[in-house]
Design a protein around this ligand. Structure first.
Ligand code: ZN
Length: 483
């Protein structure tokens, strides 16, 4: 019934402590039992067509454009069932609706291409990777308990949204609010089938025991504004490190309304969990595949193209690398984010900067990555003069190679790089962008600098890169920098 594996987050000062519930709570056990009773008696879930024809609950096939409206109206409820979408089909579940009001849950599978995917609470919690596939039955569950809306797909919670006291809604979505009303099954495009639908009504005082993070203050939240514009909110560069567990990332992602792309580091020299060979890559992928994250991988150090097969790394949705590890002017491996590894012996900082640019071009030319992460990072003691070192000529060299190989440019809120000037120059060329934090622990932001770039550089949803645009698997791997 989807209750078995849920996570609880308990706010404690600024940190969150999470507890994984492995046993069904008494309350949920009762609900599950009730749901089974209702299912066996088939007393709920009867429907009518738009022209008033009654339809008994059972296996329901909806042709493109067809709708079924529940005969009963609901406030608090748990609805569960199975859905089947034909290839490329798109459907909706509307609830608390009179046909116009209320919320919409989207059913839509397929590649990560920027369209909203199965489980999305439309324009409030849009999701970009589906945990279900077309042409096979998948489980869904939708629960409304007080102010909380929870959606799970194939047993995994993908939405846990609590409507705050003062929700932010644009004029277009002004009626996307909780109240009570009918449930509508709607096939928007292609055929969608439903079966085993059970709707259990719940009392007025019911609440989602797993919803323990404070509701977002939407009057002062930039993320809900992006959601309402259907601007894809994805942080592609999240690492499970420094105490950030996958359970915490899951809870934070649902609470904040930010899709996370979670990536391990593959290679050597980085911080936190590192994958060492193809076998570890496949094992890790199996572990993260059922989680509601985009699945990325970061090539780390300068030998990852030699260590891993392109086929193994190809199973991830996307791959990124950075130029924070370079071979310096004396061919030493240098992680330029560590002051003790940055040696200016025999060269000026201007010459050292030329070396960084030259290495960056080499990396992006020879290592088939989708995204240039931590882009334009330079050592701390040079960063104070970032604009002086990043001359137009140097910027153009890096943008040339991004353009040549269709590599996306990460906008990184942790380092606030690249500069807004460089972002504007990249946009001018039509380059694509991703947002990516590169967190070191669980205490990181909500894409603040990316939101600044959207506003000040005019970044639109059309400027965002998606894994469906990836060309890395067809690019040759060129082994270079070999000793
Ligand atoms: Zn990283």
């Amino acid at each position: 019934m989807g209750f078995l594996l849920q996570y609880v987050a308990i706010p404690m000062q600024k940190q969150y402590i999470y507890r994984r519930i492995t046993a069904i709570t008494m309350k949920n056990a009762i609900l599950s039992l009730l749901s089974l009773l209702v299912l066996s008696c088939a007393v709920s879930g009867d429907w009518k067509t738009d022209d008033g024809k009654a339809v008994k609950n059972g296996e329901l096939a909806l042709a493109s454009g067809a709708r079924l409206t529940s005969i009963k109206e609901y406030r608090n409820f748990i609805m569960s069932g199975k859905a089947f979408t034909a290839k490329g089909a798109e459907a909706s579940l509307l609830f608390h609706t009179d046909g116009e009001s209320g919320y919409e849950v989207i059913l839509h599978n397929g590649a990560i291409d920027g369209t909203r995917k199965t489980g999305s609470l439309a324009a409030v919690r849009n999701l970009y990777r589906s945990l279900a596939e077309d042409s096979c039955w998948f489980d869904f569950q939708l629960a409304v308990r007080g102010k909380n809306i929870a959606v799970s797909i194939n047993g995994t919670d993908v939405v846990c949204y609590t409507e705050p006291d003062a929700p932010y809604r644009t004029a277009e979505y002004a009626k996307r609010l909780l109240s009570s009303g009918a449930i509508i099954l709607q096939a928007k495009e292609g055929e969608t089938k439903f079966k085993d639908i059970a709707i259990v009504e719940l009392g007025d005082d019911v609440r989602n025991e797993n919803d323990t993070l404070p509701a977002v203050d939407e009057q002062n939240d930039a993320i809900i504004r992006l959601q309402q514009r259907n601007f894809p909110v994805i942080d592609y560069h999240v690492h499970l490190k420094g105490g950030l567990t996958k359970e915490m990332a899951h809870a934070m992602s649902m609470n904040y309304g930010i899709n996370y792309g979670v990536a391990p580091n593959a290679g050597e020299g980085g911080v936190g969990r590192m994958l060492a060979d193809d076998k570890e890559v496949y094992e890790y992928y199996e572990e993260v595949k059922p989680l509601p994250f985009l699945c990325g991988v970061q090539g780390e150090g300068r030998r990852w193209t030699k260590t891993f097969s392109q086929e193994a790394l190809g199973i991830f949705d996307y791959l990124f690398t950075d130029a924070m590890t370079i071979r310096d002017h004396k061919n030493r491996n240098s992680r330029i984010y560590r002051a003790e590894e940055v040696h200016y012996d025999g060269v000026t900082k201007e010459q050292y900067m030329d070396r960084i640019v030259e290495q960056t071009v080499k990396i992006l030319t020879n290592e088939p990555a989708d995204i240039f992460a931590n882009p334009t990072y330079i050592p701390d003691d040079m960063n104070v003069d970032y604009d002086k070192y990043w001359t137009d000529e140097r910027i153009e060299k890096v943008l040339d190679v991004l353009e040549q190989h269709s590599i996306a440019l990460e906008i990184n809120p942790r380092y606030r790089i690249p500069s807004l000037k460089i972002i504007s120059m990249a946009k001018e060329r039509g380059l694509k962008f991703t947002f990516g934090t590169n967190n070191v622990d669980a205490n990181f932001g909500r894409l603040e600098y990316c939101i600044e770039a959207i506003e000040r550089c005019g970044i639109t949803a059309e400027d965002i890169w998606f894994p469906s645009m990836s060309v890395r698997r067809t690019r040759p791997v060129i082994i270079y920098n070999v000793d």
